[in-house]
Design a protein around this ligand. Structure first.
Ligand code: PBG
Length: 328
């Protein structure tokens, strides 16, 4: 009997770095990376975030500096979150023209707004004293329709301050339509909406709640964010509704644990799809790397490639500046 030789040899295309590079189907580009940033009112120095090593709550000045660095690295966009000095039940700082997000977004738009896209997250959780993403009923539930008015006001305040993309993340029903109507009514019909359409009630947001100081003071977000065990069709329905309401692009969040959802959304729609590599995804890699348990740089690139391969056109990642530098 003669020796059996394999008829197919996939290893041929893996043999050299040049062949692998040429044949790679998935590539990352700095322009598709979006850097989430935090700005805090009333601090003199940037504050490190314990659960997110390398990420800071910025002052207005340090935010400008970090935004310049991102722009120089070729990052595609920034998304801004604010931590106000004073919080109240209705999240008044969210639409205050002198609120920290409005002030900081004006800085960023004038500094780097011609080089990259300056976006704002539109929600109330950073601004409410109870930490929920909306206005509460007397019974302590989030009141969907009362919240829509607040989102609309916040979105208009952000656009007026110079935000170039409005990104509603609160998972209220009808939020895209409410914001679209308000923006159009105030002359901001050219400002796009990137909808956090399929956003899950995730444990992976833990470190963000330190960064944005927005952990709910009671209860959780399960009555508005999606159940990780919920039907896949629920995510697709949210996406379809947001598009019907006027979303220009849609987002899946978190990323790594929801690549199946990301792929299905990508196959469903003909608008750009974003994925948010959230704070817990960042913290897991940083913590393991700090212990010497994982190759940090390879884990970062592998996770981003996986998100890209699953169908993301844009990736929100706290590593955006670092990775953009590495890519160029
Ligand atoms: C809500 C919002 C959250 C994140 C982005 N927008 C927090 C939440 O829903 O609890 C989380 C992002 C991250 O974990 O990196 N404004």
């Amino acid at each position: 009997m003669t020796a059996q030789f394999p008829a197919a040899r996939p290893r041929r295309l893996r043999r050299t770095a040049a062949i692998r590079r040429m044949a790679a189907g998935t590539r990352l580009h700095p322009a598709e990376l979006v850097l989430p940033m935090f700005v805090k009112e009333g601090i003199a120095e940037p504050q490190p975030i314990g659960s997110m090593p390398g990420v800071f709550q910025h002052t207005r000045d340090s935010l400008r500096k970090a935004a310049h660095e991102a722009a120089e690295a070729g990052v595609g966009g920034l998304i801004l979150f604010g931590v106000p000095a004073v919080k109240d039940a209705r999240g008044s700082a969210a639409d205050d023209p002198a609120g920290i997000v409005q002030q900081a977004v004006a800085d960023l738009a004038s500094d780097v707004g011609d080089t990259l896209v300056v976006m704002t997250d539109t929600c109330l959780d950073e601004f409410t004293d109870h930490g929920h993403c909306g206005i509460l009923t007397p019974a302590g539930e989030v009141d969907n329709d009362a919240t829509l008015e607040r989102y609309a006001a916040a979105a208009v305040a952000q656009a007026r301050a110079g935000s170039q993309v409005i990104a509603p993340s609160g998972m209220m029903d009808g939020q895209v339509a409410a914001i679209r109507a308000a923006l159009d009514g105030e002359g901001f019909e050219q400002v796009p909406i990137l909808a956090y359409s399929a956003k899950y009630a995730s444990a992976f947001y833990g470190p963000f709640r330190d960064a944005a100081e927005c952990a709910p003071q009671f209860g959780d977000r399960n009555a508005y964010q999606q159940d990780p065990a919920g039907p896949v069709g629920e995510a697709l329905r949210e996406v379809r509704l947001d598009l019907a309401e006027g979303a220009d692009a849609v987002m899946v969040k978190p990323a790594l644990a929801y690549l199946d959802i990301l792929r299905q959304v990508r196959d469903l729609v003909d608008v750009p799809v974003a994925a948010y590599q959230v704070s817990g995804e960042y913290a897991m890699v940083e913590a393991a790397a700090a212990n010497g348990w994982i190759d940090r740089d390879r884990a970062i690139m592998e996770s981003l490639i996986a998100i890209r391969r699953a169908g993301a056109d844009m990736i929100l990642t706290y590593w955006a500046t670092e990775v953009a530098r590495r890519l160029s």
